[in-house]
Design a protein around this ligand. Sequence first.
Ligand SMILES: [Zn+2]
Length: 438
Amino acid sequence: MEKTKLKKSNLPLSGLASELYREIAKIPVVDAHEHLPREKERCDKKIDVTTLFSHYCKGDLEASGLLQGPEQEEFFDTSKPLMKRWKKAKPYLEAIRYGSYAYPAFAYVRDILGIDDINEKTVEVISKRLQADNQKGIYKKIIQDICNIECSIQCKTDEVENDQDFFYYLCLDKATNINSKEDIIAFEKTNDVCIYKLKDYVNALRSFVAKQKKAGSVGLKIAAAYDRSIEFPEVPASEAEKIFAKLRAKVSGVISTAETEMLGNYLIRREIEACIDNNLPVVIHTGYQAGNRNDIRNARAIHLWSLLASYPKARFDLFHGSFPYVEDMVVLGKYFENVSLNMCWMHIMSPEISRRALSEWLDAVPVTKIFAFGGDYSVPEKIYGHLQLARMNVAVVLADKILQGRMVESNALRIARLVFNENPKQWYKMNKTFLFQL
Ligand SMILES: [Zn+2]
């Protein structure tokens, strides 16, 4: 795969924004959030053009009428003949092709494979090219050589592994949303301890956090917004103990949703305290949840106010700008010195909303607290188009600030370097001095 420079004609930018874009593209990027599988796992899979529409595009395909489940799985089944699958899904693909979730598929094919469009005439050749490139070394080629990404933070579900020397890892909170006795037993096994009472569970939680830090995690991610409100009020220990005892005592212990939330409120706070003790940053998902039919009301960042106010010593990286309620972040970024605003995933959810967010945040929040990019992808090829949108957004917003007389071009490029590189690098202390073992 050759390193392909973006052709000027491909850019919908002109004048100052276009000039800024070209300079911004030279800045090495710290990619502040990804979900890539290990490279070997990716290379062992047969891929084709439909792979470019997997991950987030699945949600848009569902919204257009191609429901997730067997109907959609058939489209992504690369063991079946391609053309038949492509033709069957065509009406849905046409419906989503102009959206920003689909944009990175078209950008990669256009700029990297040099093929103008994805259609019936090109899907076979695109598939062959993608599969031919799907071999050892593909991550470095796409991420570092093509995208000019210096390093990236991967969200890991299991063990930390040094898959690429430019990868860092975030660990996942998996122990605070418990509602069955089996959850406790699973956590006992993970940590090789016996848990009888709530205090045993909290001790196990503390050693889990310490172990993750020692293993090299640069942060702990809380994705509770997928399951519940992200308001986490303090719960008295006596209340939490009662709920935990109920859960532990029953043969097949199950507690109510309200009790699960209360116990979760207690445990999340203890986990954050463990993060403070271990100097481990806390990452919190805010805003839109992947998939479909979730409850956005749970996920607005403003719900976090009491938690953030309680822990001035914790360091919080708030993901996704509370999308689409990006104004919530203006308040939190202004109130709390220990909060940073991470634009990962945002530019593909909506470039327009992302530009508005960035412009408002630059007005209201110290520039040192904004991270401009995280691909948030499990499909490496799509990082390219996402990063292109991010660079265009930053260029357009900064050009506008220059035209408003708020800064000159050299200031704008300094800001671009901060938001794309220095801010996340310093915040996450990315210096590769850790062990990759649990
Ligand atoms: Zn993510």
